[in-house]
Design a protein around this ligand. Structure first.
Ligand code: DUC
Ligand code: ZN
Ligand code: ZN
Length: 484
């Protein structure tokens, strides 16, 4: 039994009521002390009796916010192209915690031939004893047969795995429209929330072939083969499939304003379409591909960053509520060494480079600095798109994503005045670069607490591997509210 108080008076503490529903304006920030017992918040007090606490954490001059929830990250997956993913659950969860994130929901990828349960067992074995913060899993579906959709899927939902991802591209993972319809019908029947990677596979492979014939395969051609039209078309198709079945979906990593416009169109028609964008589409652009040699390949992900100017549209999408989340799509590699991107690609060819960028630790600081500090979004919007909405959409609210009595004490203290130039040396993932090298941030998380335990403080990692717990998740708020 332990009792703690985060004493922030007379400084700012942000409280979000556990009754706040998605997209309602969140309450205003106010000052309070936060009393914590056994990892839970037990009181929000004007003046806590600090003498009775085992530990008092001084939050003077700090902003106290709910810990971030990372709803889109790739950790310890077996493959993505030829290179090896750099992070396991220890390094990935430590990097997340150091960047102010207290919950991660990575993907568990079903290798063809495996049952969903076998795939999950595999990921549990990888996470157990390693994760320093709490975690859940979204399951990637690749083989939607009757047995899986009729029996495995409902059993998994009952066990707390309530969100599933399908791909419209990538050999070995891609589903045809009829298969996606089957998945959506099963989701509707059993309450699953389906996340969709929207890119038109045929457009991509056709365009890539044209470029290859001409030998025009530099990193910048990623943006041509995976052009906005391929994303826009697939986004519209996913929306249509959702409409046919009449069930909510979540569109992951929206990169282009063209795809965003499809989502805005759908939402204006009252369709239950939810979506995220990612820092790489807000802070990087096609210009980054023209960096010399292998440098340009550091920005290859799928879908890729778009033209300069596209990001302004996406910011408006965040401001207007078209996007409910900003997630990292953390997919870390090493450039150098065995299993690295250079060795596995063998040549500078946009389609031989394993797609993906690291970003689990920089997501919150970049969004805080460029979003809140530059006045693009309010503090409440920042918390909503990085934590609260993820908790709701992924069935963790009000246990996570809020500072409220009864919620887990997953808190982050921010130094809003800290000036930081990002370098990979200061980060904690197991890759060997950051696409944000040299970028300046104002504001940085200086203490991260997970269920009352400080896991990151003033530059020191304190969380013990294995202390992170698996989270059984409820149905998505999107599914519950749509079912009425
Ligand atoms: N795109 C994905 O869909 N997943 C991982 C990395 C990437 O670039
Ligand atoms: Zn994807
Ligand atoms: Zn991804």
């Amino acid at each position: 039994m332990s009792e703690q108080t985060v004493r922030s008076r007379p400084w700012l503490t942000t409280i979000f009521s556990s009754r706040t529903e998605l997209w309602q304006p969140p309450p205003i920030p106010f000052e309070a002390d936060i009393a914590i017992k056994d990892g839970k918040i037990i009181a929000l007090l004007e003046d806590a009796p600090v003498s009775s606490a085992d530990e008092v954490i001084d939050a003077t001059n700090r902003l106290v916010l709910p810990g971030g929830i990372e709803g889109h990250c790739h950790i310890a997956e077996p493959f993505f192209g030829g290179a090896k993913l750099a992070d396991d659950f220890r390094s990935g969860s430590i990097a997340a915690a150091c960047g102010g994130t207290t919950t991660i929901i990575p993907f568990a990828q079903q290798i063809p031939g495996m049952t969903l349960r076998q795939a999950l067992d595999d990921y549990h074995a990888k996470a157990t004893g390693e994760a320093v913060i709490d975690y859940g899993f979204h399951m990637i579906l690749s083989n939607p047969d009757k047995q899986m959709l009729g029996q495995e899927l409902p059993a998994l939902i009952a066990d707390g795995y309530t969100s599933f991802k399908v791909y419209m591209t990538y050999d070995g993972l891609r589903m045809e429209d009829n298969q996606i319809l089957d998945v959506l019908a099963a989701a509707r029947a059993h309450g699953a929330f389906i996340m969709v990677h929207c890119e038109n596979d045929h457009c991509i492979s056709w365009l890539a072939e044209q470029l290859e014939r001409k030998g025009d395969v530099g990193p910048e051609k990623m943006g041509v083969a995976h052009g906005p039209v391929a994303e826009r078309e697939a986004t519209h198709r996913a929306i249509s499939l959702s409409e046919v079945v009449d069930t909510p979906i979540f569109i992951v990593h929206v990169s282009s304003h063209q795809a965003m416009e499809q989502i805005a169109w759908a939402r204006n028609r009252g369709l239950p379409i939810h979506a995220e964008t990612c820092p790489q589409y807000l802070f990087l652009s096609t210009d980054d591909f023209s960096r010399p040699g292998w440098e340009g390949t550091k920005y290859i992900c799928s879908p890729p960053p778009r033209d300069p100017g596209n990001a302004d549209h996406l910011w408006r999408g965040i401001q207007n509520g078209i996007f409910q989340l900003v997630s990292s799509d953390h997919c870390p590699y090493r450039m150098e060494g065995p299993g690295g991107r250079i060795e596995s690609a063998g040549e500078l060819h946009f389609h031989k480079i394993s797609p993906g960028l690291p970003g689990i630790e920089t997501r919150l600081p970049l969004m805080f600095s460029e979003g809140v500090m530059k006045g693009r979004i309010s503090l409440q919007e920042f918390v909503a798109v990085t934590a609260t909405n993820a908790a709701k959409l992924y069935g963790l609210h009000p246990r996570k994503g809020t500072i409220a009595v009864g919620s887990d004490a997953d808190l982050v203290l921010w130094d809003t005045e800290r000036e930081v130039d990002i370098t990979h040396d200061m980060l904690h993932d197991n890759g060997d670069y950051t696409p944000y090298e040299g970028r300046h941030c104002t504001g940085w998380p200086v203490l991260t607490m997970s269920r009352g335990t400080v896991v990151w403080r003033d530059g020191e990692v304190l969380g013990q591997p294995g202390r992170g717990e698996f989270l059984h998740r409820e149905l998505s708020s999107a599914v519950k509210s749509y079912a009425g």
